[in-house]
Design a protein around this ligand. Structure first.
Ligand code: CA
Length: 468
């Protein structure tokens, strides 16, 4: 026992965890082509964005591990969801007074050496997630290189490809600070061997103009050709602003919703990612029933975010986390989900693909228009007849807007759920198992009254801690 404590105190705890996890057989359980994206690593089990959490997500067999990327004052790329540090670290305690006028502590104002002095904290301390005491477990903000080195190492020892799903956060904000985050990220990816569409990587961003720049200029210059994902926001400017007539305006994504818009987008990206509340309303009706089939007909994948098992995060039309997965994978027809609970999602797909009865109660699900396919689509699958937008082959291509627009937010799913979550226990490690955020705040499990969402900040604020 003393020996064990000694090892743990000498920072070997991480390797103990890793060793334990790596001794477990890992299996790739999928239902067809459906994938699980570990949202901010295994964030539902062990805080977000740190190396042990990455190891855990890998051990659970996740198809892809997500990295949100921002830059430091000294041009290092770190894995951090928000451009600011206060939500997930003790920065206010270690560096009092280093905040900007909006009260936030921007990573762009700190060197990597300073950020490495900070300790991570569980951002949802009362949600029933990891019991972070803040005493002895000192997890730190990883660099992108550290995370890639860990993943490449695990690929070797576990003899498997591990997918990564990095997100370039707010390039417009970095540009205002004189930093080119996209070039910095691409150079690191190239250094670690991610150069072609054959590599298991999706590179995601909310900024369509930046993705076009990456596709048309940056990747050709670096002899790279990666699969890109266009993330779609709800026009509130939380994620993307564009310079219009000398002013930073909220980006309007409405042009992407039509098939002509998707066709224009398909010249640049391999898929789209969007909040699940943009695909189904709170009654479970499909909001854009043609979107998924349109995207598939253009060879694009559709990934949705963010899937959580806490009952407060379940939309009212499902009775469990598994029912939610069933609905989006096999009714809406998405190809992948970003989830804090990668282990549970992998177990769900494993059971689904093995033919076992899905651990969900379907009878309470409302009837849905049979527009979305029931089974995984291949890009070559025939396009379902457009429901609202008949078009001809000669349809003009829609280009991205060039003028600022007003905000038109889609309906949001209420956080309350009339039924308790009934998800299974966390996927047993001994069994094979393989996102702005969501605007859905997590609440303490029993009380459901104490929202721990970030306080709203004005739209005019340069950055808003919206959880993606
Ligand atoms: Ca993200």
């Amino acid at each position: 026992m003393d020996c064990k404590i000694l090892i743990i105190k000498s920072s070997g705890w991480f390797f103990l965890l890793l060793t334990a996890l790596l001794t477990v057989p890992v299996v790739f359980a999928q239902a067809g082509d459906k994938v699980v994206i570990a949202h901010r690593a295994a964030s539902g089990y062990l805080m977000e964005h740190n190396l042990p959490s990455v190891a855990l997500a890998v051990a659970m067999g996740s198809d892809y591990i997500e990295q949100d990327l921002v830059m430091t004052k000294d041009d290092q790329v770190i894995v951090l969801h928000d451009p600011t540090l206060e939500r997930v670290t003790n920065v206010a305690e270690i560096f009092p007074g280093r905040n900007r006028q909006d009260g936030k502590y921007y990573a762009l104002d700190f060197t990597l050496a300073e950020i490495k002095q900070l300790h991570l904290k569980e951002p949802y301390p009362n949600s029933g997630r990891f019991p972070d005491t803040g005493k002895n477990l000192k997890l730190t903000v990883p660099t992108f290189k550290e995370e890639l080195e860990l993943i490449r190492g695990l690929e070797k020892t576990m003899r498997q490809d591990i997918g990564i799903y990095p997100e370039i956060k707010q390039p417009w904000l970095h540009r205002k600070e004189g930093k080119d985050i996209s070039t910095a990220v691409l150079k690191i990816l190239r250094e670690y061997g991610f150069t072609s569409k054959e590599n298991k990587i999706y590179l995601q961003c909310f900024d369509p103009e930046e993705l076009k720049r990456i596709h048309d200029e940056l990747m050709p210059a670096l002899q790279m050709e990666l699969k890109l994902i266009q993330l779609i926001d709800d026009n509130n400017g939380n994620e993307t602003k564009s310079l219009q007539w000398g002013e930073w305006a909220n980006y309007n994504y409405d042009w992407i919703s039509s098939k002509s818009g998707l066709r224009a987008l398909s010249a640049t990206v391999s898929g789209i990612g969007m909040d699940k509340s943009m695909l189904a309303d709170e009654a479970g009706n499909l909001l854009r029933p043609e979107l998924v089939s349109d995207a598939h007909s253009l060879g694009m994948v559709v990934h949705a975010y963010t899937f959580r098992r806490e009952k407060e995060s379940l939309p009212p039309y499902v009775v469990s986390f598994e029912a939610l997965l069933e609905f989006f994978y096999f009714k809406v027809g998405v190809d992948g989900v970003f989830t804090d609970y990668c282990g549970d999602a992998m177990l769900f797909l494993q059971k689904r693909s093995s033919g076992a009865a899905a651990p969900v109660s379907r009878e309470k699900l409302p009837s849905q228009p049979t527009v979305a396919p029931e089974t995984p689509l291949s890009p070559a699958a025939p396009l379902a007849a457009p429901v609202s937008e008949p078009e001809s082959v000669t349809e003009p291509v829609v280009e991205p807007p060039v003028a600022p627009s007003t905000t038109t937010a889609p309906p949001q799913i209420p956080i309350s759920s009339p039924v308790p979550a009934s998800g299974p226990a966390m996927a047993p490690i001994s069994k094979p198992v393989p996102a702005s955020e969501s605007t859905i705040p997590l609440s303490p499990a029993p009380q459901a009254t104490e929202s721990i969402a970030q306080p709203a900040t004005p739209v005019s604020s340069p950055v808003e801690a919206k959880y993606r």
